[in-house]
Design a protein around this ligand. Structure first.
Ligand code: NAI
Length: 357
């Protein structure tokens, strides 16, 4: 559908891949929004494309900083619909100051991400990625491929929200001791067999650590030289949350020394220029990424933990339902600001509070 009719609510979808188009067009049937797809990421140099649109839809590696927000506002955009859960790349203070409502998809499939995290762990521990390559080259030797039983080992789960708890549920059959760290412990802890401990205890005692917390200014580089130094020798790290939770230079040092036994990374702190794109024709300019890719005990994937049919369907349906609610003058259920929940003007501002940034 084009955005030519002035009466139709116009949504500009940035960083659009063929699969986004497929699921969003299907989800638009009941809403009749005008969808325009841009391959460009939304960032300062592309924000002008929003001219004439009522709303924009963005994704994890778009950069919605204060300047972008100002451009969106000047162009008439009043709604930002994030088609993802995390919103660390959105300047919420600028959005709220400008009166731009921001919605997201807080839950679309915790199973998709939790199952993927488990997949990374099983693959790394039993070296299935290496076995696959060896056998394809006619090498049937198994030396170097030894792993360990997960039964009886300790798993440390950092962040026990929807995905962290689902991950704990999946682990019920494995016979692991489950440690958890979260500023807001789950009331489900006993059922899930989770023992909440201080972060330092979790880091010291876990054989495997899986990150399931959002990225915030406070936990940026949660795993860095001094915290990696606390780990058990050979601990396995799994990160399906956000790249900047791990200081890559410290991780590389940990992998070189053997402190870190293996790392499964679905996210990377400088992923924006690479992840989701085919860069196979060009040399990798990011030396840290290139170094990480050389370790046999590191699996990097391109932020695909969410990528299941069920999740894509939910993301598309929830995103467009929020956009349609906004168009119809309803307060969107999934607005991010805790004070205004999308109502304008934000009542939090009169109380001297701001949107979560
Ligand atoms: P959620 O909001 O349900 O749970 C997050 C939990 O982390 C909350 O219980 C919160 O209290 C806790 N938390 C916050 N700061 C913490 C800290 N410093 N230490 C320990 N715990 C902390 O979020 P959900 O749905 O479980 O998602 C978690 C994260 O997974 C998202 O924020 C996102 O970054 C990432 N994600 C990655 C995807 C992928 O494709 N790789 C897809 C979807 C989400």
């Amino acid at each position: 559908m084009s955005h030519s009719s002035p009466s139709v609510f116009k949504l500009a979808i940035f960083d659009a891949k063929p699969y986004d188009r497929q699921f969003l067009e299907a989800a638009n049937a009941p809403h009749g929004l005008s969808l325009t797809f841009f391959e460009e990421k939304l960032k300062a140099s592309t924000a002008s494309l929003s001219q004439g649109f009522d709303a924009v839809c963005a994704f994890v590696n778009d950069d919605l900083d204060a300047d972008v927000m100002a451009t969106l506002h000047a162009n008439g955009v009043r709604l930002v619909a994030m088609r993802c859960a995390g919103y660390n790349n959105v300047n919420m203070k600028a959005a709220c100051d400008l009166g731009i409502t921001v919605v997201r998809v807080p839950e679309y499939s915790p199973y998709a991400v939790a199952e993927y995290a488990l997949g990374l762990l099983l693959t790394l521990n039993r070296k299935i990625h290496r076995a696959y390559n060896r056998v394809r080259e006619g090498n049937f030797a198994i030396s170097g491929l030894m792993g360990f039983d997960l039964r009886g080992k300790t798993m440390g789960i950092i962040g026990t929200g929807r995905i962290g708890r689902t991950f704990a549920e999946l682990l019920q059959g494995f016979g692991m001791r489950l440690l958890a760290h979260d500023p807001f412990p789950s009331p489900d802890a006993a059922r899930l067999g989770l023992a909440y401990v201080p972060l330092e205890t979790l880091l010291r005692e876990s054989d495997v650590i899986s990150l399931h917390c959002p990225l915030t200014p406070e936990n940026t580089h949660l795993l860095r030289h001094d915290t990696i130094a606390l780990l058990k020798d050979g601990a396995i790290l799994i990160n399906t949350s956000r790249g900047k939770l791990i200081d890559t230079a410290a991780l590389i040092d940990g992998l070189k020394s053997g402190k870190v036994g293996a790392a499964g990374l679905d996210v990377y702190e400088e992923e924006t220029d690479y992840f989701f794109e085919d860069r196979s024709d060009n040399p990798i300019q990011d030396d840290a990424l290139a170094r990480l890719m050389t370790f046999p005990n590191v699996i990097i994937s391109s932020h695909q933990a969410f990528f299941t049919r069920e999740a894509e369907t939910n993301i598309a349906q929830t995103t467009l339902a929020s956009v349609a609610d906004f168009r119809d003058g309803k307060t969107p259920q999934l607005a991010i600001c805790e004070h205004c929940a999308g109502a304008r003007p934000c009542p939090g501002k009169t109380a001297g509070q701001r949107c979560r940034s």
